[in-house]
Design a protein around this ligand. Structure first.
Ligand code: ITT
Length: 185
């Protein structure tokens, strides 16, 4: 089967393809700018975006909203992750945490699949913010995030290694389980 993934982020598409295509789900990227409201949660952003896109798209589609939540910063950048990445960037986050001992943080991914109804799938991965940028793979905050149980950052892992433990990998696996049960493709 084919799934249209509405996103501007090639990193997200690469991860979705790596995980879903061996399972028989073809992922097709489609870039359509949709409003990302300033809401208190990723779920609300996905809900609003999916309803907005449903008005202009014919077939089923998926979107995804994600963010990095840093404990010592009360969950910042969280829903503002895309904006913060583009403005203060990784160096800005490292500077904010320069004297901070508690470096705990988690990534969260919320996938919305719309087929006339909205279905939500979520994944979280806990870890810590490193003291310097490391690695060349992945995208976004990957060079400064070390998942629990590892010494490497996400940017020092292959797409497959990251998918096996990441927030997006977990949400995609849940989504795939649902597709198999409900669509029996
Ligand atoms: P869309 O078009 O799909 O919205 P986006 O890049 O704007 O793509 P989001 O709105 O979901 O994505 O914003 C998430 C931000 O969090 C984005 O800037 C990424 O840099 C970062 N992010 C999300 N998932 C990540 C991951 O797996 N690794 C590193 N950074 C991630």
């Amino acid at each position: 089967m084919k799934i249209f993934f509405i996103t501007s982020n090639d990193g997200k598409v690469r991860e979705a393809k790596a995980l879903l295509e061996p399972l028989g789900v073809e992922v097709i990227k489609k870039t359509i700018e949709y409003p990302e409201i300033q809401a208190g949660s990723l779920e609300e952003v996905v809900e609003f975006g999916a309803k907005w896109l449903a008005e202009i798209l014919d077939g089923p589609f998926m979107i995804e909203d994600s963010g990095l939540f840093i404990e010592a910063l009360n969950g910042f950048p969280g829903v503002y992750s895309a904006y913060v990445y583009k403005t203060i960037g990784l160096d800005g986050i490292l500077k904010l945490l320069s004297d901070v001992e508690n470096r705990r943080a988690y990534f969260k991914s919320v996938i919305g699949y719309y087929d006339g109804k909205l279905h939500i799938f979520k994944g979280i991965v806990w870890g810590r913010i490193s003291t310097e940028k490391r690695g060349i793979h992945g995208f976004g905050y990957d060079p400064i995030f070390v998942p629990d149980g590892y010494e490497k950052t996400f940017a020092e892992m292959t797409t497959e290694e990251k998918n096996a433990i990441s927030h997006r990998g977990k949400a995609l696996k849940e989504f795939h389980r649902w597709l198999k049960e409900n669509l029996k493709y």
